[in-house]
Design a protein around this ligand. Structure first.
Ligand code: SF4
Ligand code: SF4
Length: 157
């Protein structure tokens, strides 16, 4: 088992079922991320219909193997538009988040999946379940934006 890049040590069992999102500590909030990497794939939003399509064109900082941001702490120096998700802006962003994203699931009042690392105990389970971005992406450096429509994918769920 690989070391979990997200600090999930010492958290109360199933804390997310016993506290509202707004009452989570910073560590609990960060620990909710399952590490799928799907929020780091570019989306196309139809301005008229509001429909959001997922592409496999990854943000320049996403590592396709680990599904982690390679510069998470200083990412805004490179990608200023990267969103910092917080309990108080989830209402604004949940609609475009991946269907399996833990933040979206809890915002919708749904349970986490058994493959979530907080339940499985290992960060590998999100990849083993086939729901992460691992091995699915192309680089936005090599894919001009006008071609992104050709890279629309179904979300792996
Ligand atoms: S989609 Fe959600 S759970 Fe997956 S990496 Fe992004 S924030 Fe984390
Ligand atoms: S900057 Fe990092 S966290 Fe933000 S979208 Fe890109 S890879 Fe993801």
């Amino acid at each position: 088992m690989k070391r979990d890049p997200i600090d999930r040590a010492g958290l109360a069992p199933r804390f997310w079922e016993r506290k509202p999102l707004s009452k989570l500590t910073e560590q609990e909030w960060e620990a909710l991320c399952d590490g799928c990497g799907k929020c780091c794939l570019n989306k196309l939003e139809d301005e008229d219909t509001g429909v959001v399509e997922l592409t496999c064109v990854a943000c320049r900082l996403l590592d396709d193997e680990t599904c982690r941001c390679t510069q998470y702490e200083i990412r805004h120096q490179f990608v200023p538009e990267c969103i910092v998700l917080k309990p108080d802006n989830l209402d604004t962003h949940a609609y475009w988040m991946p269907q399996t994203c833990a933040y979206r699931l809890l915002w919708e009042g749904k349970p986490l999946f058994d493959w979530h690392p907080l339940i499985s105990g290992t960060p590998d389970s999100v990849h083993e379940a086939g729901v992460s971005a691992r091995g699915r992406t192309v680089s936005e450096f090599e894919t001009p934006e006008e071609e992104w429509e050709d890279y629309i994918i179904e979300e792996p769920v």
